[in-house]
Write a protein that binds this ligand. Structure first.
Ligand SMILES: Nc1nc2c(ncn2[C@@H]2O[C@H](COP(=O)(O)OP(=O)(O)OP(=O)(O)O)[C@@H](O)[C@H]2O)c(=O)[nH]1
Ligand SMILES: [Mg+2]
Length: 321
């Protein structure tokens, strides 16, 4: 089946649910730098103090020239949550390996597209992107997060970021602001893949893992649908439904012995600190999700409060029945 293995972020757990494996695929044209980037990522996480570490060597199946023949593969473990493993794979970019790419793509949770920024390579990038779209059967962004590396930015004759974004737009991979998927538009990074001059290699990887996590947790495998309200983006500013306000005030005072505003502040602090642990780099996406979570917990507390404030008579009567 053409679309087999395509769909949502399908994070795999082992039998006892303790180990989670996430598959990240580096995709892009021949000689764009995929293998180089993964080599750099591997060495960097091995030698420096990062929050992921390689669990083994980097397996490469390549020609003598260095071009990938089948794939490169390696696994990293998260140190933030040691039950999470990232299986990182690169496809071979040469055109004739399309069937292999299709096979390797199966069960991918997130894509890092390695664009070759050299002006002479423009058409190869387009071909590679179109092929990816075809293979993913339009599930990119919607069900599979994607981030873009504009690689080889150390070279002189390179395209600029606006040109790449325009291409993504033309290919339907950038949504307008009013579209619900807008916040999941692929982030485009200018990168250098070689270890010596490396730029944004780890950052792009982290952004991909972050998106996979968000899709998995908040979107049950698809892009979480978060309504963007300008007021909400501006700051954490949730409002209590007025009709519950009194009940909640009573709840805060009677049960927790604090004021309503203190209780809100505590809820905000609690969720903010949780978020900071997951992601230090705050962005509007986290803010919106955090607000959703806070709203949820507040609504839950309101319900709890309502429950508590219900006339007790009925319950007791029932008990004694
Ligand atoms: N100047 C420069 N060269 C780079 C960069 N990244 C990779 N290269 C070089 O580009 C060439 C091709 O890199 P690879 O990593 O083999 O490319 P690939 O995308 O894996 O190619 P395939 O396996 O054939 O798909 C190598 O000579 C790399 O050293 C970069 O950021 N800047
Ligand atoms: Mg390669």
């Amino acid at each position: 089946m053409g679309t087999e293995g395509i769909g949502m972020v399908k994070i795999k757990t082992n039998d006892i649910g303790r180990k989670v494996t996430v598959k990240i695929l580096y995709w892009g044209p021949h000689k764009g730098g995929k293998t180089t980037i993964v080599e750099t990522l591997h060495r960097l996480t091995k030698e420096s103090d990062m929050d992921v570490v390689p669990t083994g060597d980097l397996q490469k199946i390549a020609f003598g020239t260095g071009a990938t023949l089948y794939f490169d593969r390696t696994t990293f473990q998260s140190l933030v949550d040691i039950s999470i493993f990232y299986e990182v794979i690169t496809v071979p970019g040469s055109e004739r390996f399309r069937p292999i790419r299709k096979k390797i793509f199966r069960d991918t949770d997130g894509i890092i597209f390695v664009f070759n920024s050299e002006k002479s390579q423009w058409n190869n990038n387009i071909k590679s992107l179109k092929e990816l779209k075809e293979i993913t059967a339009d599930s990119l962004i919607k069900n599979i997060p994607i981030v873009v590396m504009m690689n080889k930015k150390d070279l002189l004759e390179t395209v600029n970021i606006l040109e790449v974004e325009q291409l993504l737009k033309d290919e339907g991979l950038i949504f307008e602001e009013e579209h619900p998927l807008h916040i999941w538009n692929p982030k485009v990074y200018e990168t250098i893949g070689t270890f010596e001059n490396q730029k944004n290699v780890f950052r792009t990887f982290k952004e991909c893992t972050r998106r996979i996590g968000l899709y998995s947790i908040y979107g049950t495998g698809s892009a979480p649908n978060i309504q963007i309200s300008e007021k909400k983006i501006a700051r954490i500013n949730f409002t209590l439904p007025k009709r519950f306000k009194k009940e909640w005030e009573t709840f805060a005072k009677q049960t927790l012995n604090i004021s309503l505003s203190q209780m809100i502040r505590n809820a905000v602090r609690e969720y903010r600190s949780k978020y900071m642990q997951i992601e230090k780099e705050s962005s509007s996406i986290e803010m919106q999700i955090m607000e959703k979570r806070i709203e949820k917990i507040i609504n839950h507390k309101i319900e709890e409060a309502m429950e508590k404030l219900k006339p007790k008579g009925n319950k007791e009567e029932k008990k004694s029945e």
